[in-house]
Design a protein. Structure first.
Lengths: 113, 113
């Protein structure tokens, strides 16, 4: 199964709060788990990524938590700001002669000022 | 600005027609990926080219084809267009065959009427 399941579909958070988006996968061949941020009218932009041999990665206010045994990973946005309002996609990639990336369905985040 | 360029920005055409979307990767990137983003299917990987050769295939219809030229720009050809082909088409590029970091272009919005 090459699906990546993402939840919630949408999220409203107060400014300064923590935004949490969750993803789950089944295929153990995935070896790279990126998160992309997309603003309206723009292409997705790589936000942060993790390999399955690491349980957590932090970059500024963004943290990925990775649970290999549960096949789940999540994005935490600390001190959420109105400028973080965007659609967030989790993804999973694997090598297959080339490189394939499977995206989750996306989460629309709205941060209230 | 990711450094990836796509033309045209918008394209409106009729069912049954054929169109060509163009992508120029970031300077120095050898790998090009094509994605389709639609409301019902989300963001889907179509195909990857590396240095002129097809390297990975995703959910690409037989009516669609792509190629990468010696100057590394890529074209996605969509033929016998159907209403359901209306979507955003993104190109992304990366440095090497299996570089994890992909940089997305601004996309081409295709409307089939």
């Amino acid at each position: 199964q090459q699906q990546v399941k993402q939840s919630p579909q949408s999220l409203i958070v107060q400014k300064g709060g923590i935004s949490i988006i969750n993803c789950a996968y089944e295929n153990t061949a995935f070896d790279y788990f990126p998160w992309y941020q997309q603003f309206p009218g723009k292409g997705p932009a790589l936000l942060i990524a993790i390999r399955p041999d690491v349980s957590e990665k932090k970059e500024g206010r963004f943290t990925i938590s990775f649970n290999k045994s549960a096949k789940q990973f999540s994005l935490h946005i600390m001190d959420s700001q109105p400028g973080d309002s965007a659609t967030y996609f989790c993804a999973a990639s694997f090598h297959t002669g080339g490189f394939k990336t499977i995206f989750g369905a996306g989460t629309r985040l709205f941060v209230k000022a | 600005d990711s450094g990836v360029t796509q033309t045209p920005k918008h394209l409106i055409t009729a069912t049954g027609q054929r169109v060509t979307l163009r992508c120029s990767p970031r300077s120095g990137d050898l790998s090009v990926y094509w994605y389709q983003q639609s409301l019902d299917q989300g963001l889907q990987f179509l195909i990857q080219y590396y240095n002129g050769e097809e390297r990975a295939k995703g959910n690409i219809l037989e009516r669609f084809s792509a190629q990468q030229f010696p100057d590394l720009h890529s074209e996605l050809n969509l033929s016998s267009l159907e209403l359901g082909d209306s979507a955003l088409y993104f190109c992304a590029s990366s440095r090497a065959l299996s570089s994890y970091e992909q940089y997305f272009g601004p996309g081409t919005r295709l409307t089939v009427t």
